[in-house]
Design a protein around this ligand. Structure first.
Ligand SMILES: [Zn+2]
Length: 117
């Protein structure tokens, strides 16, 4: 069984989280454009410091000196109030952010259960 198969059986969001972890460790390709779909909503400029990107929100022009997909998703979901941001996009990322928080809680619960035994 491949790594991908094992993740596709779990939730979509845990696969996303795993992919992001890989992106963080992948640092041999400076200048490569970020792959997370959230970047469609931001103008990304590669920084010299390896895998970091300078990000600017295309809607409200908020700047992120070290744009991380998680942070950008939270911005679209909760912080960006520009009228040109589509409600569908906002609710989509709100769901992603909420689901990620829920899966983190589940993970903590699992760890706590293991510790009890
Ligand atoms: Zn914004």
């Amino acid at each position: 069984m491949t790594l991908y198969d094992s993740f596709s059986m779990t939730s979509h969001y845990s696969y996303e989280a795993e992919r992001e972890t890989k992106n963080e460790t992948r640092s041999k390709h400076p200048g490569e454009r970020p792959l997370d779909p959230v970047w469609k909503h931001f103008a990304a400029t590669p920084l010299k410091s390896l895998s970091h990107f300078f990000a600017i929100c295309k809607y409200c022009n908020t700047q992120f000196s070290h744009g991380h997909p998680n942070e950008l998703e939270v911005h679209l979901a909760k912080e960006c109030e520009d009228e040109s941001l589509d409600d569908e996009i906002r609710s989509k990322y709100l769901e992603i952010v909420v689901q990620r928080q829920l899966s983190k809680k589940k993970l903590v619960q699992k760890i706590n259960q293991k510790n009890k035994k």
